[in-house]
Design a protein around this ligand. Structure first.
Ligand code: PEP
Ligand code: MG
Length: 575
């Protein structure tokens, strides 16, 4: 039977393929007693499951693609080590003998006991290891229950051509899946500006989030169509529908090919205003796309993806080598490196070292707050950025500034490092530009104060909207309040642009709003002259700029700033 489910389209395009459903941690564990005669056979069954789990993990480890987080192998090693620990290899055997119970039940009792021990630990990092215990034990349970292993963790592109459906995906999962060759994904949870959604756009795979309860209706291996543009998931499409989507796929391809024709044209409006179009980059391999779309540089390089799928954070040399290779690819185009923005929905393994578990992570210890608290994490990155500045045009950008004291501490560190590098005769750009992201309403309101001390500003609308509207950007229940057109958001954007103009420093926008083409004209009217967007949409933004008369758009913007609601602004834009 064919049917449609709706969610929020977060990465455009159409994909057609069979579905693979990711089910995690939801195993039905049978509990039954066995006769004394069967006890030794049950222990053997358990031990052979442990050996199979080891074999599976070794196979995965041998096939980890190099690009997928340089240290994922170490992550797998941790799981392998757990499979040597008596708490996992021997205790369940004792339980089987003492209680004459089945292996799955024994393993579940042992898991609960271990989880309790981990939960009571004071050290937050050790507490997080609880997840590893659960993963490892689930792997053994799946073997005992004769379930197939989770395919996305398996080597050899077994998901090539598949569409993945999951309750939720972490950014790290998304990278792994893309390397497995999936063509699209849909999740039951998540919001349009979650980092998983941003990554999907950057990887160029259609994606939908917030498709409630999709796993209840969709069956493994059914044929699906994912329309990432309209946020629709179609299961078992009939022949006519399928042909319709195949035609749309071809049209989209043609449209994108046509757009390429303006790649080298100057980005100038009808009334002669030049606009700077840069790109947002998540993964080093995306740098190849920067020139392909004719961008003038990279306005946001999100470095936290270097910290994913690994146990320990990268050291200064690794940072430096990564930036050096990127600078080589950019070959003279400017690169804006954003310092580490871990925390909130970017909970990755490297760097998650201490501190209490946060009940409200978006408002907690993330980005510059975490960096200033843990200089051992931050300083090597800043030093590496400064060293890399000797190799090409590099700017350093600080995320999530909320007060001047944070900015002063960063500038102080930069001054100290300049001295240190000079003393050691290590080359760097003495005039390296240091800028800040305006993502917190407090910083937008006081943008004039920040503008006096920084070399540039960049508006991060994903967070600015989240914090202005008081909505968690990954919570699909409050997605409906995510409104870039809310007059409060527009006024904060406008205020920041004006502060930059008065201080004589450039202000860019690198949040998703900059790349959403329905807002391009309004942003031009508000005075935005530098856009940093993901490569897939850059040429569309450019086309709109080339067809716009900014004088006229300024009138529209003035009215929008006086509007009462986002709905009113939308009407103004459509009239
Ligand atoms: C933003 O908040 O708009 C932004 C660009 O940063 P990130 O999405 O990485 O939080
Ligand atoms: Mg942000």
């Amino acid at each position: 039977m064919s049917f449609a489910l709706h969610g929020v389209g977060v990465s455009r395009g159409i994909a057609i393929g069979n579905v693979h459903i990711i089910e995690r941690n939801q195993l039905e564990i049978p509990e039954y007693n066995i006769t004394p005669d069967d006890v030794e056979a049950e222990v053997k069954r358990f031990e052979s499951a442990i050996s199979s789990a080891r074999q599976q993990l070794r196979a995965i480890r041998n096939h980890v693609p190099r690009e997928v987080g340089s240290d994922i192998a170490a992550f797998i090693d941790t799981h392998l080590l757990m499979l040597e620990d008596v708490a996992i290899t021997e205790e369940p055997g004792k339980l089987i003998r003492d209680m004459q119970c089945n292996a799955e039940w024994a393993l579940r009792m042992q898991r609960d006991a271990l989880v309790n021990v981990f939960e009571e630990m004071d050290d937050a990092y050790l507490r997080t290891r609880k997840d590893d215990v659960v993963h490892v034990i689930n792997r053994i349970q799946r073997i005992l229950l004769k379930h197939t292993p989770l395919r996305h963790e398996e080597p050899d592109s077994r998901l090539s051509g598949y569409i993945v459906l999951a309750d939720d995906l972490t950014p790290a999962d998304t990278v792994l899946l893309q390397y497995q060759g999936i063509v699209a994904f849909a999740t039951e949870f998540g919001g349009p500006t979650s980092h998983t959604a941003i990554l999907a756009r950057s990887l160029g795979i259609p994606a939908i989030v917030g498709v409630h309860q999709a796993r209840r209706y969709v069956r493994e291996d059914e044929q699906l169509v994912i329309d990432g543009t309209r946020g629709v998931l179609l299961a078992n499409p009939d022949k006519r529908t399928l042909n319709h989507y195949k035609r749309r796929q071809r049209e989209e391809k043609r449209y994108l090919t046509d757009l390429k024709k303006i790649r080298l044209a100057p980005t100038v409006s009808q009334d002669g205003v030049t606009i700077d179009l840069q790109t947002n980059i998540e993964l080093p391999r995306d740098f190849e796309n920067v020139r392909e779309v004719g961008a003038s540089g990279v306005g946001l390089y999100r470095t936290e993806f270097m910290y994913m799928n690994r146990e320990t954070p990268p050291d200064e040399e690794e940072h430096y080598e990564t930036y050096a290779s990127v600078i080589r690819i950019l070959d003279g185009l400017p690169l804006t490196i954003r310092t580490l923005d871990l925390g909130a929905d970017k909970q990755v393994d490297g760097g998650r070292q201490s501190g209490p578990v946060q009940s409200n992570p978006a408002l907690g210890l993330r980005a510059i707050r975490l960096c200033l608290k843990e200089p051992a994490l931050f300083r090597p990155q800043v030093r590496a950025i400064m060293r890399a500045s000797a190799l090409g045009p590099v700017r350093m950008m600080i995320p999530m500034l909320s007060n001047v004291h944070e900015m002063e501490q960063v500038l102080q560190m930069v001054t100290e490092l300049k001295q240190e590098l000079s003393d050691k005769r290590i080359p760097f750009d003495h005039d390296i530009a240091v800028g800040g992201m305006i993502e917190v309403p407090a910083a937008a309101v006081c943008a004039d104060i920040f503008a006096k001390h920084l070399d540039f500003l960049s508006i991060g609308t994903n967070d600015l909207i989240q914090y202005t509207m008081a909505i968690d950007r990954v919570n699909e229940e409050v997605n409906y309040l995510y409104d870039p057109l809310h007059p409060a958001v527009l006024r904060l954007v406008h205020q920041t642009l004006q502060a930059g103009e008065r201080a004589g420093i450039p202000v860019a926008m690198c949040g998703e709003m900059a790349g959403e083409t329905e807002y391009t004209r309004l942003l031009l009217g508000l005075g935005l002259r530098e856009f940093s967007v993901h490569p897939a949409v850059l040429l569309e933004v450019k086309q709109i700029v080339m067809h716009s008369r900014i004088r006229d758009l300024e009138k529209l913007a003035r009215k929008a700033l006086q509007a009462c609601s986002g709905g009113d602004v939308l009407q103004l834009m459509q009239s």
